[in-house]
Design a protein around this ligand. Structure first.
Ligand code: SF4
Length: 691
């Protein structure tokens, strides 16, 4: 804004970073973004934005943006070379068609993007199913909140949070589990803090001493992997001390007898042995939460990214049901804090191997027929591969082509060595991205994509609010939106995806998915954001779910009787530490966007957080180079001595390519959804060898 020349215009859009979905005004000068300001009257952020949404936009004009297609003309060992769109798309389509013809449609798989718009995700799953002929399409919710979709659907009936953000302003007690919203969802984190400073109660369940943990009435610092024991322990106390809402349970819940049976094995004394949490702290937390009139539960990846992540979601949801704080006017429900901007929408749109748009099961003939009638092509019957299964299939020689849209699977997926082997085993890897990511570097065809500031469409935030995304600037060079690229590829394969514009795509999605029947760009432009379910043009959408009945088959909330089961890896003599991975305030996921902005000055390198007692024992000073090794590999990074981690535990993020944390993470995954266990890896630590 220091440039005195006038602004060329201002465009209102939705933040492309986290799942809070702040409304932003993007001010443009000379064809570039000059500044971003939060929208004052916006329902989500009310004039606030964080250091990512407000300032981390310079990457859109970074010198190393991909601006032309790249092609490996001479085979795998040849370099990527610039190509025309016609040549690159023709090459990709020709190879896809050949692999599909030789090995069948299930030899091809598509990974769609939680950063892409709803309309692009809708088109990606349609491209996979109606053009390529496979249900093997998935998105990165597999790596984060697939257990939320599965757990919340089983508990309440729908795959989303139960209440809107606005309810946080009336909550009188928060249970924040496995989440650090101050860093990962700052606008929500600030709202929780304000309420707590104004007197609301706060219970934090987290192995790390987070910002919110310092403000909490009770910090339940359980061992990583002990969530189910901890939530069962709280439930045990709620029932034992008469803090459960018996009238609500009798009228609106099922499964109480089975739950009581499992809880017999989870008294606070046993939970203490499993989690390390003192029985008194567990009881205090249960009493604080159980005596609140308007409790709210918020949780993050510290609940889902576990071998028993779905059980974690179910046993946490139990606490809302036991206290009658979901599906009622008083309670503030259960909100999953989703990471990426449109991870809710990517799944909503059907970029899932077992669900069509609107969470209609692929296995359901009526759902397949509904889509097939509109698409003019049959929908394959057999559910497709999940992302981890795609890698396994590639390594086993059962997958020939992988088409990756806007995901850097080399850096973000667990056990990078296995991902590298999978990419190497594929005959063809097609990559659409904004930068030459670690994945794009290994691809055969790289197609330059537009960033969110250059796109038209919608995102859905983690309170199920569908909001407009509008292009503020043009993509650089020859880069195109993922929407346009999918159309080009389909056309080169001899198919017409229909839906010429994003507005047409949302309209078509509304026609095939009853859950979204009332959504359209015209309505969103006229009326502002809408929550789903929104089944008809006359509906405003449901911000609070289940006030009359739960969307389960019997209309009741389903309590889950789930015993504690151990994580995939436990520390042992060879790997005595537990590594937890996560995120930091200034950066976003693999850092490909934020590292190319001034945010890099706020945090320019990754660290390994080590408790001072462990550091003393191993002779590690602040900033020393240390080697952390798991059964998969080893990385070297600088140590940061901090009691934010407990003794015996370590923490790092995956924002920097020179500290690739996912070299270390394991192949263990949620037994229900396949979500990787990023939060528990057994590792060894030592000062880095010289040289
Ligand atoms: Fe963007 Fe999330 Fe920050 Fe809001 S809180 S500005 S949505 S990154």
């Amino acid at each position: 804004l220091l440039d005195p020349s006038p602004l060329a215009g201002t465009t209102r859009t939705t933040c492309g970073y986290c799942g809070v979905g702040c409304s932003l005004d993007v001010h443009v000068r000379g064809g570039s973004v000059a500044a971003v300001t939060p929208v004052h009257g916006a329902p989500v952020n009310r004039g606030h934005a964080c250091v990512k949404g407000r300032f981390a936009h310079g990457y859109t004009r970074a010198r190393d943006r991909l601006t032309v297609p790249l092609l490996r003309r001479g085979g795998r060992d040849a370099p990527l070379e610039e190509a025309s769109w016609e040549e690159a798309v023709g090459f990709a389509a020709g190879r896809l068609a050949a692999i599909r013809a030789a090995r069948g449609p299930d030899a091809v798989a598509v990974i769609s993007s939680a950063r892409a718009t709803n309309e692009e995700n809708y088109l990606a799953q349609k491209y996979a199913r109606a053009v390529l002929g496979t249900n093997s399409v998935d998105n990165c919710s597999r790596l984060c909140h697939a257990p939320s979709a599965s757990g919340l659907t089983a508990a309440f009936g729908l795959a989303g949070g139960t209440n809107p953000f606005d309810d946080l302003d009336r909550a009188d007690c928060f249970l924040v589990a496995g989440a650090n919203p101050t860093e990962a969802h700052p606008v929500v984190g600030a709202r929780i803090k304000q309420r707590v400073l104004a007197g609301a109660g706060l219970v934090v369940a987290d192995p790390r001493r987070t910002d919110l943990a310092d403000l909490a009435d009770v910090h339940l610092r359980g061992r990583p992997g002990s969530n189910v024991a901890v939530f069962n322990g709280i439930a045990h106390v709620l029932l034992a001390e008469g803090l459960a809402d018996e009238a609500f349970l009798a009228e609106r819940a099922s499964g109480l007898a089975e739950l009581r049976e499992v809880l017999r094995d989870h008294p606070p004394e046993r939970v203490a042995r499993l989690s390390g949490i003192a029985p008194g702290d567990l009881a205090r937390a249960a009493r604080r939460f159980g005596s609140a009139e308007r409790p709210a539960i918020l949780y993050g990846l510290g609940v889902t990214e576990h071998r028993h992540g779905t059980d974690g979601v179910r046993t946490l949801a139990n606490l809302a049901v036991l206290t009658g704080s979901v599906g009622t006017e008083g309670g503030c429900g259960v909100l999953p804090l989703r990471g990426q901007n449109n991870v809710q929408g990517a799944s909503d749109m059907g970029a899932l191997p077992d669900h069509l748009p609107g969470y209609q099961p692929v296995a359901e003939p009526a759902a397949r027929e509904r889509c097939a009638a509109v698409w003019g092509a049959p929908v394959p019957e057999r559910p497709g591969l999940r992302i981890p299964e795609m890698f396994d299939a590639a390594v086993a020689g059962r997958l020939g082509a992988l088409h990756v849209i806007g995901e850097d699977i080399m850096r973000s997926d667990p056990d990078s060595g296995h991902v590298r082997a999978a990419l190497a085993a594929c005959e063809l890897v097609v990559c659409q991205d904004v930068f030459l990511s670690g994945t794009a570097e290994l691809a055969d065809v790289v197609l330059p994509a537009a960033s969110f500031l250059e796109k038209d469409g919608t995102f859905t935030n983690f309170e199920r609010r569908v909001q407009r995304v509008r292009p503020a600037v043009a993509p650089p060079g020859q880069a195109r939106s993922d929407f346009a690229i999918l159309h080009l590829l389909a056309g080169a394969l001899g198919a017409d995806l229909g839906c010429p514009s994003p507005a047409d795509a949302l309209a078509e999605c509304a026609a095939v998915a009853p859950l979204f029947g009332g959504l359209s760009h015209a309505r969103l432009d006229r009326d502002g954001p809408l929550h789903w379910p929104c089944r008809g043009a006359g509906e405003r959408g449901e911000a609070v779910l289940y006030l009359d009945r739960f969307a389960t088959p019997d209309g009741r909330a389903a309590l889950a009787a789930r015993p504690y089961l151990p994580p995939g890896e436990q520390p042992d003599g060879a790997y005595p530490f537990v590594l937890v991975t996560g995120r930091r305030l200034a950066h976003y996921n693999t850092g490909s966007m934020t590292r190319r902005t001034a945010n890099a000055e706020l945090l320019s390198a990754e660290t390994l957080d080590v408790h001072p007692a462990d550091a003393d024992r191993l002779g590690i000073a602040d900033g020393d180079r240390v080697e952390v090794a798991s059964r998969r590999g080893a990385i070297v990074l600088a140590a940061r001595r901090t009691d934010e981690v407990a003794p015996g535990e370590l923490f790092t993020a995956f924002h920097f390519p020179d500290a690739p944390a996912n070299v270390l993470t394991s192949g263990f995954a949620d037994t229900v959804t396949g979500c990787p266990e990023y939060k528990v890896s057994a590792v060894a630590l030592r000062p880095a060898p010289e040289g």
